[in-house]
Structure formats: C-alpha cells, structure tokens
Unconditional design. Structure first.
Ligand code: F6P
Length: 322
C-alpha cells in the first residue's frame, strides 16, 4: 500500500454551514501527518477543470466560524458522464493526489464512488442542510439550518399571535422533511407537511378547525418545499376553508450563517476521522455519526439504504401542536 502523501478536498452540492470547519479539519489533520493538501475549487466542475489550489495551515485559518465554503461548490452535470469521470480521476492522479475528501450530500457521494473505482481513495464527509444522507445521524449544516429557520419561525409567532393569523412557512428540503420536522417540533407548529407523508388537505383543515375549537387563534404550518409551493397551499386552504393564511418562504437564508457549535464540532471530528481513514489505507468510505461516535462506513450505505423521519417526532407535532 502506497504511503498517503498528498490528498485533495472538495465541497459539492448545496453549501452548508460548517463546511469550512470540515475543510479546516481535513487540511490541518493531514498537514499534521506531513501530507500535502490541495483544495479543489467549485466541486466536481473545478475537478474537471483542474482548478487546484495548495492548502497550507494558514490558508484554512479564520474560517472555522464562516458559513459557505472557501472552495466554493457547484452542481456538475458533466461529471455524470463516464468520459468526464475518467478525466477527473486523471487530473487527480496526474497531480500525484492519492486521496480525496468530498464534503457534500448523497449525490456527491455517488460521484465520489466513480473516482474510487478509478484509483483515487475517497472519503465522503456528509454535508447538507437537508440531513437526508443515510448512514449518519447528522450531516454538517443541518443543526445550524434548524436554528436559522427556528429564529424566523419565532419571529413569525409574534406577529401571528398579534393578528390571530395562520402562517405557512416553507422551509428547504427538496426531497425530505428532516428540516421541516425539527423546525415544526422546536417551533411548536400545529402542522408539518413533508414529502415522506401523503398530503391530505382534508386532514389539515380538520387540524386547523380543531385548533380553533380549542381556542387557538393563530397557527403555524411548516411546509417542506418538496411537497408544493407555499402559495399553492395557501390558495387551497383559502378556497376550501376560507382561512386567510400568510406565506413566508425562507429559501436560501437557511443555507447561510455562522455554523453552530454542534456543526463545528461535528465537522472537526468528521474531517479528522476522514484523514485517519485515508492514511490507514481505507477508501470508499463516509464518516458517520452514530450514538455520539464517529464511525467510518461504506460510501454505498448512503445510497443503498434509506433514512426515515422519526415517527416519534411526527407524533409530537400531533400531540403538542394544538
Ligand atoms: O440540498 C440542499 C438544498 O438547500 C435543498 O434543500 C434545496 O432544495 C436545494 O439545495 C436548492 O438548490 P440550489 O441551491 O441549487 O437552488
């Protein structure tokens, strides 16, 4: 087994708060083991373009608290094609890079697998505010996004209670409801609408009627964007039950901001574990948080298994929200 002397780092997919802390942890852990570190700009797009920058200990200074990613990120359609995957692996191997840390979501991990198959040892570090990556309890950025969305929800509670209004808050989560569900429980919402659960307008209207009967004069509905646009839900509630709801779409605000302590610590632990795995000769793995421990699991777990919403959390919204 060749001694791992040079690794690269890239961030891919939607950025998330804490990615910079992960970049810092990978770089400094590798430098501490006398490895050379290269930053790949703009995710797989920059990898295809050979857009590499050397990363020294000082290059990752002053970023631990910054949202976003100093390496920038991109969504690469080119990388889906085999000839581009060959080129990407060639760019790394020609530069003497033996290992690659990919910080991103599930789709990025499938891209990383293609590099593993072509001789680059890859370590996936889960980073997405959706937290929809199977194989880890938490992805970097999720906890911060929950806090960001919750801050907005608490502000909306003030005005909703002042005007006896119904608010629909659309949060991110194109294909999953993890963000919506945590925000709904923490924000005391009356209802949460997620892609994983078949939507019933009738059931929602009944819920709103039940809240009114119990004397609740203002309500919050948390809607994951993957179900339908908030405006459409507003119109359907208006047409069906005559409730005049207001709509707030949080959008990309949830992707920014300084990472919370949980995300910085998670990123630091995962970044360090990724380097340990690579230098021990492993490849094709992801870092995983399981019961407060950081483990290394096969990358394929992230797409071969599914991650489910916690039914206890769904039940809590039902019981505590009205
Ligand atoms: O994957 C994270 C995420 O923020 C999703 O929640 C959201 O649907 C998507 O990215 C938005 O993608 P983009 O930033 O490319 O518009």
């Amino acid at each position: 087994m060749a001694v791992m002397k040079k690794i690269a780092i890239l961030t891919s997919g939607g950025d998330s708060p804490g990615m910079n802390a992960a970049i810092r942890a990978v770089a400094r852990s590798a430098i501490a083991k006398d490895m050379e570190v290269v930053g790949v700009m703009r995710g797989f797009e920059g990898l295809l373009d050979g857009d590499f920058r050397p990363l020294g200990a000082r290059d990752v200074g002053g970023i631990i608290h910054r949202g976003g990613t100093i390496l920038q990120t991109a969504r690469s359609t080119r990388f889906m094609e085999h000839q581009w995957q060959e080129k990407a692996a060639g760019n790394l191997l020609d530069a003497g890079i033996q290992g690659l840390a990919v910080i991103g979501g599930g789709g990025s991990f499938q891209g990383a697998r293609e590099l593993q198959k072509r001789g680059v040892a890859v370590a996936g570090i889960p980073g997405t505010i959706d937290n929809d990556i199977a194989g880890t309890e938490l992805a970097i950025g999720f906890r911060t996004a929950v806090e960001t969305a919750l801050d907005a929800v608490m502000r909306l509670r003030d005005t909703a209670s002042s005007h006896d209004r119904l608010f629909i808050v659309e949060v991110m989560g194109g294909r999953s409801g993890f963000l919506a569900l945590d925000v709904a429980v923490a924000g005391g919402a009356e209802a949460v609408i997620v892609p994983e659960v078949q939507f019933s307008l009738g059931r929602l209207i009944d819920r709103l009627h039940e809240a009114r009967k119990k004397g609740k004069t203002h309500s919050l509905i948390i809607l994951a964007e993957g179900v339908m646009p908030a405006q459409e839900l507003r119109d359907r509630i208006q047409d069906t039950a005559g409730y005049d709801a207001r709509v707030t779409v949080l959008g990309h605000i949830q992707r920014g901001g300084s990472p919370c302590a949980v995300d910085i610590i998670l990123a630091s632990r995962m970044g360090s574990a990724a380097v340990e795995g690579l230098i021990s000769g492993r490849g094709g793995f992801m870092t995983s948080l399981a019961d407060s421990t950081i483990e290394l699991r096969n990358l394929s777990v992230s797409w071969e298994t599914k991650k489910y919403l916690d039914p206890e959390m769904m039940r809590l919204v039902g019981v505590l929200g009205v």
